[in-house]
Each structure stands twice: as C-alpha cells, then as structure tokens.
Design a protein around this ligand. Structure first.
Ligand code: CU
Length: 375
C-alpha cells in the first residue's frame, strides 16, 4: 500500500548522510526520485468534495439543547443515584485497568511504538474478507465503511465506536505485539491549533497541512508518509493518498464550552447527538480530507486518537450519574420509527472480533473492557 520507492529513497538518503559519504550522484538520484514520488503521489490527491463532511450543529444549538433538554427518551435515564467523583474509586470489578494515556503524557518510546504498530497492521496482508482492502489495517477501515449507515447519526454511534476502538487495540496487541498504553488526544487543548498539538510531526503522524487547490494534501512525512488508501472515498473504492486539509476555524469548535454543553444534557440521546455533531464532527472536518469522509475516515490513523477523545467525553458524562453506567436509551437505528437502543443491542465488527452487547461495553471499568483514561 506504500510506494516501494519510498523506503528505497529514504534508506538511500539516510545511509548517505549517516556515513557522510560525499556521493553527489546518489544524492541527486535520490532527489530526483523524491521529486518523482511527490508528483506521483499528488496524482492521487482527491478533490475535497469527494470526501464529503460530517453533519454539524453550532455551539448555540448545543447550548439551547442543553437548556430545554426534557427527558424524552423511551426509557429515561435515572437521575437519582449518586455520581462518582473519582474515576479510580468507583466500584472496582476490573482489578488492573489498562490506562489510556493522553498523547503528551506518553513516553517518546511508546509514541514510536504506537505508530510502528499501526504501520505493522498496514504492512500485514489483508484477511481477504474485505475486498479491495490491501492490508490488515484496511480490513478495519472497510468494516467501518460497510457499516457506516448503521453506526452514525443514531444512539449506536458511541457504543459502536467504543467497541471499534477496542477491536483496533486488540489487533494492535495481538497481531503486531503492541504492549504500550493506547493513546488518546485531548483535543480541547488544541482547539483552533490542531496543527500544533505535537502529533503532526516527522516522527509520528506527519504534517497537518491545509488543502491544496481544493484538494486534500497528500501526507509525505511521518510514519504514514506516502500511504495509499484503497478503501473510499465514500462508498466507492479507488486508490488515493492519505490526505489532510486542516481548517482551524473548524477545529476551534472542539472547545471546552462545547464539550461542557453536550455533557450537561440529561438524556443519552440528547448528549449523544450533541457529541456526534459537535466536537466529534468538528474534529473530523477540521483535520479534513480523509478524516472528513464519514465512511472512510479510519484510513487516517489519527482517527483512533480522536475517537479516544470522543469516548472519554462519553465516560465523563456517564460518571456524573452512576445509572448511566448501567442504562442506555434512545435509538439503535437512524431516523424515525427507530429500533430502541438497549443493553441487549448487539455490536458487530463483521468478524474482525467477537460480537458484544451494548451492556458489556457500557462501563469501561468493568471486567470486559477494563480500561480508564489517565485523566
Ligand atoms: Cu465512525
């Protein structure tokens, strides 16, 4: 899924400079190769409208919704039980929770280990069950693409993406030997300046550039530089580069006021739609291009750190009232006349990992998932 010339070129350049060999011929050849690579890759940069966008709501709508949030869900959230005040003193049934660590709190070695494990999935052959996936990583992307209409714009969104991140972390650990903590990204600290978050660097995720002439900008540096995606855009599948198109006016909406406004809503479905069309959608749209495509957005590995942020936001809402760790309400399907969302609703990853019920993943601090966030 990557140009083979990439490694040849990069290793050639590194070897020449490491040994300090004054090999003009080789360096010129490398430079020409890189120029050629840049041109080749740019042919695979798609216009932004081919990626689409996530539906959004404004902060004003989020605040208005919080103000007149009546308990209208079919089975209302109970608001009587006491809230737990401390993540770590809640009733413990998972003795040794894995801790998800905010990117900036990760050791540098663990950051590197993470991007390398993702690359490992990108270099592993596909299962063959998700054509035209070209790697194990793209198998995961294809599942999201194929399930897209069921897992967005309904109450299923948060449980399914919690489950999906668990599936992803399982593949990292079991198929690529990843042992460090799973990172998440505290995006509110970077609202309006995602590009300065410390994620988008040469060592890790590569740059977060703006659009280029109405097209996404192909990522050429970092662990995923030169990556070609075969899943998407949209419901279609054609090779395109891993591209971004940052818009910091969009990322500015991923702020504490917006998060607080969503998390002050009382019913699950009201909170869920605010999260999905608020900070979640603005994070996707703000990074842009591949990330702005609803169905194929996991093609950009930053997806999983973004969804850690969204998942933690849900956790914060849940621990305001312990009943939210046990009960859920609202819709399991989009639109009117929906199927109710219950603890028995089944979550599937099309065979990547076992199916689970919503009840099993509702509380991350129960034995099945058994993880917490570092803050
Ligand atoms: Cu999604």
């Amino acid at each position: 899924m990557r140009f083979s010339v990439t490694s040849r070129v990069l290793y050639g350049a590194a070897a020449a400079s490491a040994l300090n060999i004054p090999n003009r011929g080789l360096l010129d050849e490398v430079k020409q190769d890189l120029d050629g690579l840049t041109e080749d890759l740019e042919q695979l940069a798609l216009p932004l409208d081919m990626f689409g966008k996530f539906d959004t709501m404004t902060l004003e709508e989020a605040q208005a919704g919080a103000a007149d949030d009546e308990d209208t869900d079919a089975n209302n959230d109970e608001l009587s039980s006491p809230a737990s005040t401390d993540e770590f003193t809640a009733q413990a049934t998972c003795a040794n929770p894995r801790i998800r660590v905010e990117w900036r709190n990760m050791r540098d070695a663990d950051k590197l280990s993470f991007v390398n494990a993702v690359k490992c999935l990108m270099e592993k052959p596909p299962s063959g069950n998700f054509s035209p996936s070209q790697s194990r990583y793209e198998d995961i992307v294809a599942v999201h693409q194929q399930m897209t209409n069921r897992i967005h714009m309904s109450g299923l969104f948060l449980p399914w993406h919690r489950y999906y991140t668990w599936v992803f972390s399982g593949l990292l650990r079991e198929e690529c030997g990843y042992t460090a903590p799973l990172p998440w990204w505290d995006e509110v600290r970077d609202a309006g300046n995602f590009a300065g978050s410390g994620l988008f660097t040469d060592e890790y995720f590569g740059d977060l550039p703006p659009a280029n002439g109405g097209r996404g900008t192909c990522i050429q540096n970092g662990a995923f530089g030169g990556t070609i995606l075969n899943i998407g855009p949209g419901a279609s599948n054609s090779p395109h580069c891993l591209a971004r198109a940052v818009d910091e006016t969009q990322t500015a909406n991923v702020n504490q006021a917006f998060v607080d406004s969503c998390n002050s809503r009382n019913t699950y479905s009201s909170m869920e739609s605010c999260s999905e069309m608020g900070p979640h959608a603005y994070g996707h749209n703000g990074i842009g291009a591949v990330m702005a495509a609803v169905s194929g957005s996991p093609g950009d590995p930053i997806f999983f750190l973004h969804h850690g942020f969204v998942d933690r936001m849900w956790r914060k809402w849940q621990i305001k009232d312990n009943s939210r760790l046990r009960n859920i309400s609202g819709c399991a399907t989009p639109g009117d006349n929906c199927e109710p969302l219950t603890r028995d609703t089944v979550l599937s990853s099309m065979g990547l990992r076992r199916e689970v019920t919503v009840g099993q993943i509702l509380d991350i601090y129960e034995p099945f998932l058994c993880y917490l966030y570092d803050y």
